[in-house]
Ligand binder design. Sequence first.
Ligand SMILES: [Mg+2]
Length: 391
Amino acid sequence: MSTPSPMARRITAVRAHALNVPNRIEAAGKVRETDLSVVICEIETDDGLIGHGFTAITEEQTVATAIREVAAPALLGADPLTREALWDRLCWLMAPRGQTGYAMHAIAAVDIALWDLAGKILGLPVWKLLGGARDRVPLYATCGFGFLDRDDLATTARDWVEAGFTRLKMTVAGEALRRRDATPLEEVIAEDVARVAAVREAVGPGPRLYVDANCNLDPVHALRLAQRLVPLDVDFFEEPIQRNDIGAMADMRARCPLPLAAGQNEGQSFRFRDLLAGRAVDVLQPNVTIGGGFTQAARVAGMAEAFAVPIANGGGWPFHNAHLHAGLANGGLVEWHVPAVAVCRMLFTDLPEPEAGTLALTDRPGLGFDLNHDAIAELANRPSAAGHGKG
Ligand SMILES: [Mg+2]
């Protein structure tokens, strides 16, 4: 364990806020109200600087407790700039046998807070600490949701193209594998084909389309759906198969030319290695808020570069992930996930606005945006929800 030099700053406090955030999606005149679970981590130093980190698509109380009771004691007194040492310490403490899951969410939130803090100490934005490859990232809008019918989807897609977004993602497969009704999967995917066709017809041949099954299909129906989406010029099919089964995705890639994407909820680097080495993906999707923060996402991006596989953001949280994709030479698309953006606008201040389907990074130190402490205090009293938001 490294000992801080006498001049080094020390970590004096680690806080975690478990939040169940109400979310209201409006599209084509329809409203859908949901909740999204997130955790905000704050790390404070002896000179009063505070870095903030974030994780989501998890159980917020579990992860916040892991940060407070397991990670915090290992961080107190440490030099906050020793990010590699602290990441390694937490990984051996919380996931010593390669476990993925809640621990990696906790480490992601801590790691992002340490990068925000490093930026504030050094006077640099995170994207420049990572390498400063570009100061603007391309966005794709995730705006095609299950509660919209075909006409709503077409209207929504046209609205987004008019707003300058020429890359659009929609969900498919609903919650097919965990459905409660008796609809055969064949009917579910037939409707998906009709929904994507309605969007393609609405926007014409130019805009790029992506679909995301959120791991809700078995291999045979995922392949059937992919084959029928090929004529609709879909650029990638995200998380097509349950549990992101690497062998099944590799088999699907060999049998259908529709590019596959996955990785948003992977926690450990070896899972990304296996996705790459198993030739299971065309686009790799590390998410800094889930897969071990910037420290591990940068390592994963390096692996992807060696395999000549592009990376893109899946799982949303664009304001954090934009730093990764701006910082690294092989950075790619960032997901303008409509519900996630709405949640961020409640929790943070000074967020950048998109322009013509892109997001500009600023030179403000760290992440470049701050916590809305009043909103966080108010939301902290809101009860936890059963289940959690999906990216
Ligand atoms: Mg996704």
